[in-house]
Design a protein around this ligand. Structure first.
Ligand code: MF3
Ligand code: CO
Ligand code: CO
Length: 255
């Protein structure tokens, strides 16, 4: 497995794409409320991407994905396709956006509660965010991907959640998904050694029940086999000379 090392010029473009993705996700989140459909969120996403960000939605037509944003509700783990079903009070939804701007990608997702979440759902979302943060804070030259995967897994399983294995974080740049694969489980002291200039995502998926998932017949939607609730958070991160820079950090967001 090899990773591309971005030049200073490329890093400027990655920062720009990352900031556009962050702004899009913040904006989209303000529209999450009971009664809105995920199709409506998709339309808002596409309109803002084109007309305000002057950028492209990378998911649209990516390997045939039909929409501009992934919307994963309740027991949907990832890659949910927007549809005309309305969100209702107590649902939780992951919105996963990816912007392509000036040839570079920014990929980020977050959980949103529709109305008032249950205590169970709230805790799942919070622990999942913390799992992502634990991984992000470890990013630095010399650290190995197995160290990060191990830390995310250990924290998540200690909180009694399972970690999805079939999907992972990924290198990102001018290519949406490139090497390395960033697993959210693993063994300390193994895997790629991080170097300054690498850019990749950390995007753990945690389930309340068992870790096993299945893909629906639409070829995209991934759900928990036991129909338990699932959560995911994602950021795109740069390895700097001394640590990390979160390229998709939102205004007022603290890691
Ligand atoms: N944004 C997803 C990720 O984090 C990928 C979505 S691919 C799509 O890697 F085609 F479903 F949009
Ligand atoms: Co991603
Ligand atoms: Co994503």
């Amino acid at each position: 497995m090899t990773a591309t090392i971005k030049t200073d010029e490329e890093i400027i473009k990655m920062r720009d794409a990352g900031q556009a993705a962050a702004e899009l996700l913040s904006m989209l989140g303000t529209h999450v409320q009971p009664g809105i459909s995920t199709d409506e969120l998709n339309e808002i996403c596409e309109e803002y991407t084109q007309n305000t960000l002057r950028a492209t939605s990378a998911p649209l037509n990516y390997h045939g994905f039909p929409k501009s944003v992934c919307t994963s509700v309740n027991h949907v783990v990832c890659h949910g396709i927007p549809n005309d079903k309305k969100l209702k009070n107590g649902d939780i939804v992951n919105l996963d956006v990816t912007i392509l701007k000036d040839g570079y990608h920014g990929d980020t997702s977050a959980m949103f509660a529709v109305g008032k979440p249950t205590v169970k759902a709230q805790r799942l979302m919070e622990v999942c965010r913390e799992a992502m943060q634990i991984g992000l804070r470890m990013v630095a030259p010399g650290v190995r991907l197995g160290d990060i995967g191990h830390a995310i897994q250990e924290f998540s399983e200690a909180a009694n959640y399972s970690v999805v294995r079939e999907y992972c974080g990924h290198g990102i740049g001018s290519v949406f998904h490139e090497d390395p694969q960033v697993l959210h489980y693993g063994v300390r002291g193994t895997g790629m050694v991080l170097q300054p200039g690498m850019t990749f995502t950390i995007e753990p998926m945690l389930n309340i029940g068992k870790r096993h998932v299945k893909q629906l017949n639409d070829g995209w939607t991934v759900v928990t086999r036991d129909r338990s609730l699932s959560a995911q958070w994602e950021h795109t991160v740069l390895v700097t000379d001394t640590g990390y820079e979160i390229l998709t950090l939102r205004q007022d967001e603290v890691i």
